[in-house]
Design a protein around this ligand. Structure first.
Ligand SMILES: Nc1ncnc2c1ncn2[C@@H]1O[C@H](COP(=O)(O)OP(=O)(O)OP(=O)(O)O)[C@@H](O)[C@H]1O
Ligand SMILES: [Mg+2]
Length: 390
């Protein structure tokens, strides 16, 4: 049996300009049938524009959109096997839940809608609520009605534009799992737009990180997190520490770098920069990969680990972990997350420490880019924590 590709979304050189401004640069992208795909990026990077071009709500300035084998670039929205769920779910306030979901079927002149609507309400776990009006439901329930109302038309592709944006953090987490369950159950292609990295990572099989109208990197959540190819991706997905280093030697799969007075080892396969001997590389390492040892105990650190020295500037107890900020000659604010298992009581601000990690957990990036790309404040990015604090 050949694989069903009727729900593939294929974008070939698709672009959108508004006068002199380019909202989406020519973009090539294939979303395979049945996958949960997320477009992730900060406000204004072109996510909605891309989604609207797939839906046919926006005319591309160039390029083509195909669904399965069919080029739909010139088809109006209602002729595309696609449905969209928006942030404002816009349910019909005067119709009950049943009729809201039945709407698409009735409009197509289908008379016996009962079974289909009931199945759909079952899928989104709202069977009991069929005769309520939208205002009698919670935000999360209303959002599920919007999903049911779109799915009942049996689209090949469901497009979701920040569908959980209006919900509070806790409900949003719940709905993320719910949407993922629904997608697995119906098995159709979901293209989900969000600016929330945790949301994209929780839900999607594949994430495209967008930055200023371009897809900067595409991959599975784990791959993007472990192997970011730019500082933007490294900072936008979680937190990264960077050390500017110079290539000392290369042998086999190992790159040895000089930073400050010391040496660091980087696996060649994890370096996306050219890394010629004498050239510069940004050495990256995630905060949870690092161990912190009091300087007095440094003799006990096993051989072969990457190590730098520093002084604890700040520490915050988070419960599952303690987050340290360490000032080091090679990096002013090194972040380290330590699980709270056996805490050394000497690890307090002012303490001299050695930070050490397995060289395999190091990644290397091109040094000719801003260390701050993709961080909070550099592009108006809100973190989940900030949002929760509001
Ligand atoms: N009709 C328009 N005319 C001119 N510029 C537009 C128009 N629509 C969108 N833009 C611009 O295109 C860029 C991308 O917009 P888009 O709505 O795709 O962003 P987004 O990634 O969805 O952002 P957000 O997360 O805030 O929804 C923005 O800079 C926006 O101002
Ligand atoms: Mg948008």
């Amino acid at each position: 049996m050949t694989k069903d590709s009727s729900g593939d979304v294929r974008l070939s050189g698709i672009s959108k300009t508004y006068g002199a401004f380019t909202a989406v640069h020519p973009l090539d992208l294939t979303v395979p049938q049945g996958s949960f795909f997320a477009l992730l990026g900060a406000s204004g990077c072109g996510k909605t524009t891309t989604l609207r071009m797939i839906a046919g709500l926006e005319e591309p300035s160039g390029g083509t959109v195909s669904l399965g084998e069919q080029d739909v670039t010139n088809l109006p929205p209602y002729k595309r096997p696609v449905n969209t769920v928006f942030q404002s779910y816009a349910l019909f306030p005067h119709l009950d839940i049943f009729e809201n979901v039945a709407f698409g079927l009735r409009r197509r002149g289908i008379k016996s809608v009962k079974k289909q609507v009931e199945d759909m309400l079952e899928l989104v776990q709202l069977g009991e609520q069929a005769r309520k009006k939208p205002h009698q439901l919670s935000g999360g329930q209303q959002q599920r009605v919007a999903v049911a109302r779109a799915l009942i038309n049996h689209p090949k592709v469901l497009l979701l534009d920040e569908p959980l944006g209006a919900l509070d953090l806790k409900l949003r987490r719940q709905m993320q799992l719910e949407l993922k369950r629904i997608q697995t159950e119906v098995g159709i292609t979901f293209v989900h737009v969000t600016h929330d990295q945790e949301e994209a990572m929780t839900m999607a099989d594949t994430v495209a990180v967008m930055n200023a109208g371009r897809v900067e990197q595409l991959g599975s959540p784990a791959d993007l997190y472990e192997n970011p190819r730019t500082t933007f991706v490294a900072n936008f997905l979680g937190t990264s520490n960077f050390i500017e280093a110079e290539v000392d030697t290369r042998s086999g799969d190992e790159i040895v770098l000089r930073a400050g007075g010391g040496k660091l080892v980087l696996p060649g396969a994890r370096c996306s920069a050219p890394a010629a001997v004498g050239g510069k590389v940004l050495v990256g390492v995630r905060p949870e990969k690092i161990s912190l040892t009091h300087a007095d105990e440094a003799g006990g650190i096993p051989e072969g680990r990457n190590r730098i020295t520093g002084r604890i500037a700040d520490s915050s107890f988070i419960g599952v972990s303690t987050q340290y900020v360490v000032d080091s000659p090679v990096c002013p604010e090194f972040e380290v997350y330590a699980q709270n298992i056996d805490r050394d009581p000497r690890l307090v601000p002012g303490a001299e420490v050695v930070l050490h990690w397995n060289p395999a957990h190091t990644f290397g990036l091109d040094a000719a880019q801003s260390l701050l790309a993709g961080t909070t404040g550099s592009a108006g990015i809100e973190t989940v924590a900030e949002e929760a604090a509001r």
